[in-house]
Design a protein around this ligand. Structure first.
Ligand code: SF4
Ligand code: MG
Length: 321
């Protein structure tokens, strides 16, 4: 079947003014040609270290950040062509959950008001209907109807994320972009929130883009996973394949950093040296070459392209030329 959401060659370039007199001398390629597609009811995980362009990618799909270039096909229509007004309407179908639920909840508003807000924006129901729906939503995310009268500071981090989820669900979206929704939470709370998201996905046939910096977080929720490095997807694959047989050296390094629950399994840890290079000055050739444990001569000279292997997986690395 046709994918519900398809992103083609999405780019975000920022000019940086430097050298005085406002001269534009450099370009940051925060997102540099990202493509993927997701079928209805499925989850795409997007993983990479901070600064690799994951959040920018998510925000561009909402057009909270205007893409420099690319296509965003939602239900067969390119939402890049929508006017500001039509885009506001389209945002009803695509909602976002943020990493820091506290920062994204207005501290002066009651939880009820916060969850009602998107329904007001999209002119859904009258006051009474909306308030009834707020109560239903609170129960749906594991809170109680009476919580509607309380304020965000009266809740724990995990509860605040549940409030953020209730707010995102209020307008009955089809797609939810979750930008590191559990990164700020304790490990025990993380799995509760992940389970809640999985349950809600099943119940409402939701489609998720799930952004995380840790591959272990998206493992059990993703149907497919895209690994990003310096603004590009370096590996994209059906989930189980990616975890069992990672191809790209960067994916392997990320996976080896995940603690293995079974001590019998001894995986060699690959330590990633150094930080992600600045996207303003990406290394020549393969952007990963100066951190790659298996780099070859060609790697600093020629940029590898994302290619599809026989089993349908996509990888961008000269080892697979
Ligand atoms: Fe490593 Fe070369 Fe592959 Fe880049 S292209 S990941 S440097 S082997
Ligand atoms: Mg981020």
């Amino acid at each position: 079947s046709e994918p519900l959401l398809k992103v083609e060659n999405l780019k975000k370039y920022y000019p940086i003014k430097s050298g005085g007199f406002g001269k534009v001398s450099e370009t940051v390629r925060a997102v540099d040609g990202v493509s993927f597609s997701i079928r209805e009811g499925e989850t795409l995980g997007i993983v990479g270290e901070s600064g690799c362009g994951k959040s920018t990618t998510g925000r561009m799909i909402m057009r909270l950040i205007e893409p420099t270039e690319g296509k965003i096909m939602f239900q067969g229509k390119n939402i890049m062509n929508l006017s500001k007004r039509d885009m506001r309407k389209a945002r009803k179908d695509i909602q976002m959950i943020f990493q820091d639920p506290f920062a994204s909840l207005n501290p002066r508003h009651t939880v009820g008001r916060i969850i009602e807000e998107p329904m007001i924006v999209h002119k859904m129901g009258n006051r009474k209907q909306r308030q009834k729906r707020v109560e239903e939503l609170l129960e749906l995310v594991g809170l109680s109807a009476y919580h509607a009268r309380r304020y965000p500071h009266q809740f724990s981090g995990g509860q605040r994320q549940r409030i953020g989820i209730a707010r995102a669900l209020a307008v009955q979206p089809k797609v939810i972009i979750a930008d590191e929704p559990v990164s700020a939470l304790d490990v025990s709370v993380q799995s509760q929130v992940l389970n809640l998201l999985k349950d809600l996905q099943k119940k409402f046939n939701l489609t998720f883009i799930f952004i995380a910096h840790d591959l272990s977080v998206v493992r059990h929720i993703s149907d497919s996973v895209g690994v990003m490095y310096l603004g590009k997807i370096v590996e994209l694959s059906e989930s189980e394949n990616l975890y069992n047989h990672p191809n790209h050296p960067y994916t392997k390094a990320l996976l080896s950093a995940v603690p293995v629950p079974d001590p019998e399994i001894k995986t060699k840890r690959i330590i990633l040296e150094g930080d992600v290079p600045s996207p303003a000055h990406p290394p020549s050739g393969c952007a990963f070459h100066d951190r790659c444990p298996v780099a070859m001569d060609i790697c600093s000279k020629e940029r590898p392209h994302l290619k599809t292997l026989e089993d349908g997986r996509m990888v961008s690395c000269h080892l697979f030329d």
